[in-house]
Design a protein around this ligand. Structure first.
Ligand code: ZN
Ligand code: ZN
Length: 409
């Protein structure tokens, strides 16, 4: 028996007028998932708790059986682990965006036109920065417009605010200490200096001159956010005795997998968007599921979330249909407990994560099936699983795998 959580990131949504008041999932043509729902059991889930808008990181930690309120220190360290950076205790890690600023340092594109190439050369330049004698700047590009900054040195703190204004048309926010400690003040000063230096160094960078000559926007400023120190987690092996693997597109989810002690299965061609190489993802999912060495697998496909953030309901619907093709193969595999879910809703009308519960279903042998025959938010709300929490998922999977002990006599 093998346990699998398959997360279609940000899939949950709300009815959309242009889709005849259906959600992207409800209006998508998903014959394979509908069939699995018919053979399985469905419900809805509050990943963290009702009304809490989860981040992808806190949501995945919860699904894996961790209490995010205990172990989560911020997104930066998870991203750093996800892109194979060496992280030491005491390091302060940030998630960064390559962004575009005008001459007055006003942000005109938070994602630098979703830049795909050249960020490694920009990272080389950033790594030449010297912001303080006793603090090392370590920077690495991640996928797309994303990167990670590590500050290593004495007397640093993660008790500071973000620089990212989160909106276009504004200047980077001045980073402020969140407590009175000299460590927080020192770190805030260094991060403010980092943002200014990035703008100074990247303005006339060859990669940006090339982008501009091609009529594209430059990646001429770097905005750190999601600061945190690296947490120490018990692995899934220590918690449940599971040898486990993580098949994910983004550094963020791979970082969660690493924290949980999972083997990371990289997917060539995966971009985390709706233009991702779905065939490559398909191949790697099936190969890992059929790999006998693993007891448990976490799978994450990211495109529906990106389409939700972009307000692209047709892109979201189309991506869900692509994932359904993978489901056709998973349906044929025996001896698995497959829990299919989203980590949170990303409604296209909100363009961000919402507190709406997500639709889930389980494929497994010996299930007490319900009457639901299609996969959708409203159908799932009538399913036999009813309304569960993300923190219940590992327990339910382990029970269906037959690996739990009876509680009591
Ligand atoms: Zn997510
Ligand atoms: Zn998201």
């Amino acid at each position: 028996m093998k346990g699998i959580i398959l997360v279609i990131d940000g899939m949950g949504d709300r009815p959309i007028k242009e889709l005849n008041n259906k959600t992207p999932l409800e209006s998508a043509n998903t014959p394979n998932m509908d069939k699995m729902v018919e053979e399985g059991i469905t419900g809805i889930m509050d990943t963290i708790r009702p009304g809490v808008r989860p981040g992808s990181d806190t949501a995945h930690l919860t699904l894996l059986g961790y209490d995010p309120y205990e172990v989560y220190t911020g997104r930066g360290p998870i991203e750093a682990l996800g892109i194979d950076m060496d992280v030491n205790p005491g390091d302060i890690a940030f998630r960064c965006n390559f962004s575009t600023a005008d001459d007055n340092m006003i942000i005109t594109d938070r994602r630098a036109g979703r830049i795909q190439e050249g960020t490694d050369k920009i990272a080389d330049t950033i790594n030449t920065m010297n912001l303080a004698d006793d603090v090392e700047v370590i920077f690495k590009e991640s996928d797309g417009h994303r990167g990670v900054l590590i500050l290593r040195g004495e007397g640093l703190s993660d008790k500071i605010t973000d620089s990212d204004p989160k909106k276009e048309g504004k200047k980077p926010k001045t980073v402020k200490p969140l407590d009175d400690s000299p460590e927080a003040k020192k770190t805030a000063d260094i991060v403010n200096k980092f943002v200014e230096e990035s703008f100074r160094l990247l303005k006339n960078h060859p990669v940006n001159e090339k982008l501009i000559s091609e009529g594209k926007v430059p990646a001429n400023i770097v905005l750190p956010r999601g600061v945190g120190e690296v947490p120490h987690l018990k692995t899934l092996d220590e918690k449940f005795g599971f040898k486990s693997a993580c098949v994910a597109e983004t550094g963020l989810i791979q970082g969660i997998g690493k924290l949980a002690g999972m083997d990371i299965i990289k997917i060539p061609g995966a971009t985390g968007g709706i233009n991702t190489d779905i065939d490559s993802i398909h191949k790697h999912i099936i190969k890992t599921v059929k790999d006998d060495q693993y007891d448990f697998i976490l799978i994450n496909v990211d495109g529906a979330d990106e389409a939700g953030h972009d307000g692209d309901y047709l892109g979201k619907k189309g991506f869900i249909e692509k994932v359904d093709v993978i489901m056709g193969d998973l349906r044929e595999i025996d001896d698995i407990v497959l829990f299919v879910t989203a980590d949170h809703s990303t409604p296209v009308s909100v363009k961000d994560h919402s507190g709406d519960p997500v639709p889930v279903f389980i494929k497994a042998d010996g299930l007490r099936v319900d009457d639901i025959t299609e996969y959708g938010e409203r159908a799932a709300a009538k399913g036999g699983l009813c309304r569960i929490r993300g923190s219940d998922v590992m327990q339910i999977i382990r029970d269906l795998m037959g690996v739990t002990d009876k509680y009591g006599a």
